[in-house]
Design a protein around this ligand. Structure first.
Ligand code: IVH
Length: 708
């Protein structure tokens, strides 16, 4: 077909669109599901192109299940959140056979009749729920929090093995089917290789790659990601009692069920299935992380019931982390922004679960010593759920005589300063905070990061260039940068495989950087405080400190005692804050930031003045976090006090409030308010008192009369 083909009149176009859509749907099914192509790739592509052209000409005739949807539709701005018709439960996990025995005994007891199991692979991807109406895929939802998920229909349409329209069959008019979206290992390897080439960050494993891909906003990009989908759970009114038969039915309707499942009459057969796949999983084209055991007789499912999170008729047996043996070729040290020195193992490259592992975590000096790991040793490397593989042991029998015990570096590998070890801590620190390059770079990167000053235009290696060229040595230097300092700066980055990438600052880049820096001056005080990178002062602590001390001066002048008055601040945090502000260099950085126009005052978001002029003490636990409760008091004009005294106007009394405090409040005649009463007071009441008040018994439904 060429672009010279005359456009058809509407009636014929409509007919042709329908014809091509159905024909290509059938071709797709034969290709992906039967592995038996009916036409050549070239013929298929020509017909698809013709269909695409007709649809562009007559979008009103485009069918919802059109195979052109497989290459991606319009980009989404954000995914809609949709409630699941039935919650998407998870599964109870076990790593031991004893747990399976227990599971079996419980099921036997509750079932009270003969039954059998179906064993399935536990696909390592992300769960998906597909809805079909009249055989057409109408909605795909991710699991989300189990109750609500993201609507990712356009993205799921690009997965070739997900049928967009089922051939005629005995399926219900409307039904849901659930399964797992995953990325096959080969596709994962190709994707990471491409990303490496263009200098993009790599996905740690196929599961992350699948989840990252399914959440892309542009279905056309998802279409290139070669995702796959296996279905394992048919829901609704299905004309079969047995789960295994339901899987077979789903298969006959055109779904990919994988065909790996087996009927197991008893636990012995279940164990045999587990043993088989524990060895064989290496050879699968995708990752699995265990086996799922399900009771086949679905009429027993309601009898067996479910906990809040998972059904009692199924259990997941997770494989132990995969372990391989390889040679430790060296140990290098990474220095973080706080000076923490982390040992990293360099390994002879080895395959574990579909990825090549060249580096692994070596924890800290104590563990190295305890395991007696030596360079040149054969070590066991394990890859569990976590992203970074770890060294779990040494094969001493393979140790060569010349291998020497490992001596942990006494000096910083980056700046040469003598390392220090803090009392009671396993790790070593480089104390040279002011001049150790990775520490300074780490601090600069922290300052611009998303949760701190959020200067996105400075990301991706640009900070490194600024540092290397000597333009930025501390965070205040960002605000002194001028156009002429930045224009035409460049740096060549060389990656491990020797490939090179040049980053250079053109006019647009420089303008973006400067406007990003300017914009950051509007960030609130609590972010500035967090961005300073004071050890132990995370995002939440920075908020608490900002609220408590109200401005930078108060915080800088606070002594140990005042710092400890803040409920959430313990000695470690207080000590670190004191240490930070005792350093002349840090104080001068803060002054320069102030002079540059950064915010040094806390601005509370005043929502109302419902609590204006009143003092509050919060005690006990609430359905919201304490921090949230405190913020609520303040944002409605209330003042927080740390202890109950005659200055207290109200006590916000949560659950588990200590009896002593309760007594004290009562003896001082201070009203106690429950969370629900408080919420009502500030105009956000929606919680009902647990027990309705009984006026006949003189109850008002409140602990005290409304004080307002
Ligand atoms: S059944 C109500 N079967 O594992 C039971 N889940 O840890 C629904 N998974 O959320 C799940 N393979 O994402 C089931 N063959 C399989 C599975 C499987 C992978 C995932 C699924 C689930 C998680 C639970």
């Amino acid at each position: 077909m060429t672009s010279g083909t005359p456009v058809l009149p509407p009636d014929q176009a409509r007919e042709r669109i329908r014809y091509l859509t159905d024909l290509l749907t059938e071709y797709n099914r034969a290709y992906y599901m039967e592995d038996a192509p009916l036409v050549s790739d070239y013929q298929f592509d020509c017909l698809l192109e013709e269909l695409g052209r007709l649809e562009a000409e007559y979008p009103q005739y485009r069918l919802p299940y059109t195979p052109t949807g497989r290459v991606g539709g319009e980009p989404n701005r954000a995914f809609r959140t949709v409630e699941h018709r039935t919650p998407m439960l998870s599964l109870g996990n076990t790593y031991s056979r004893e747990d399976l025995l227990e599971f079996d005994q419980r099921v036997r007891k509750l079932a009270g009749e003969p039954f059998s199991y179906v064993c399935e692979l536990k696909y390592d991807g992300l769960s998906i729920s597909l809805s079909y109406q009249d055989g057409i895929l109408v909605q795909a939802l991710t699991r989300g929090d189990g109750l609500k998920g993201d609507e990712v229909t356009a993205n799921v349409r690009t997965i070739r093995t997900v049928p967009l329209k089922l051939p005629p069959g005995n399926y219900p008019e409307s039904f849901e089917i659930r399964g797992e979206v995953l990325m096959p290992r080969q596709a994962f390897r190709e994707l990471n290789a491409q990303r490496e080439e263009i200098g993009e960050s790599l996905f740690a494993n196929p599961r992350n790659a699948a989840s990252g891909s399914l959440k892309l906003q542009d279905p056309a990009l998802v279409a290139q990601r070669k995702l796959d989908c296996f279905l394992y759970f048919l829901m609704g009114d299905i004309p079969s009692d047995l789960h295994s038969e339901r899987l077979a039915l789903a298969r006959s309707w055109g779904f990919q069920t994988g065909g790996y499942y087996r009927l197991c009459p008893d636990l012995e057969a279940v164990f045999a299935y587990i043993d088989y796949w524990d060895k064989e999983r290496e050879n699968l084209p995708f990752d699995i992380d265990g086996i799922v055991v399900k009771v086949d007789q679905t009429h027993l499912w309601p009898r067996l019931g479910a906990t809040a999170k998972s059904p009692r008729w199924a259990i997941a047996y997770k494989f132990k982390a995969q372990r391989v043996c390889t040679r430790l070729t060296g140990i290098s040290f990474q220095v973080g922004r706080t000076g923490a020195v982390t040992p990293v193992a360099n390994l002879e490259p080895v395959w574990i679960g579909g990825t090549v592992v060249k580096r692994a975590s070596l924890h800290n000096a104590d563990i190295i010593k305890k395991m007696d790991v030596r360079i040149g040793d054969y070590v066991y490397v394990e890859k569990g759920g976590e992203v970074i593989p770890k060294i779990v042991g040494v094969e001493v029998s393979r140790r060569l005589p010349e291998v020497q015990p490992f001596v942990f570096s006494s000096h910083c590998p980056q700046c040469g300063a003598a390392l220090v070890r803090k009392e009671g801590e396993a790790g070593y620190y480089c104390p040279n905070e002011e001049a150790c390059p990775p520490q300074i770079k780490g601090k600069l990167e922290h300052f611009i990061s998303r949760k701190a000053m959020d200067i996105q235009s400075l990301g991706e290696g640009k900070v490194e260039i600024l540092y290397d060229k000597g333009l930025v040595r501390n965070v205040a230097d960002f605000y002194s940068l001028r156009y002429e300092d930045l224009f035409a700066l460049d740096k060549v980055f060389v990656s491990e495989d020797g490939s090179q990438r040049t980053l250079s600052f053109r006019q647009k880049t420089v303008e973006n950087i400067l406007s990003g820096i300017e914009l950051s001056k509007k960030q609130p005080f609590e972010r500035v405080l967090y961005a300073l990178g004071i050890r132990y002062v995370g995002e939440a602590t920075a908020k608490i400190l900002a609220r408590h001390f109200q401005n930078m001066d108060n915080l800088m002048e606070a002594g140990m005692e005042q710092l400890l008055e803040v409920e959430e601040v313990g000695e470690a945090i207080a000590g670190s804050i004191l240490d930070f502000f005792s350093r002349e260099q840090e104080r001068s950085v803060v002054e320069r930031l102030r002079a540059a126009g950064l915010r040094m005052e806390y601005e509370s978001k005043q929502l109302s003045s419902a609590l204006q002029g009143t003092s509050w003490v919060i005690s006990g636990t609430f359905s919201r976090s304490r921090q949230e409760m405190k913020a609520l008091v303040e944002s409605h004009g209330g003042k927080l006090l740390s202890g109950i005294s005659s200055k207290t106007d109200f006590v916000l009394a949560g659950e588990k409030m200590g009896p002593e405090k309760r007594k004290k409040a009562q003896s001082l005649g201070i009203p106690l308010l429950t969370e629900a009463e408080f919420m009502e007071k500030i105009g956000q009441g929606f919680l009902q008192p647990e027990k309705p008040a009984n006026p006949a018994r003189g109850e008002t439904g409140r602990l005290f009369d409304d004080p307002f």
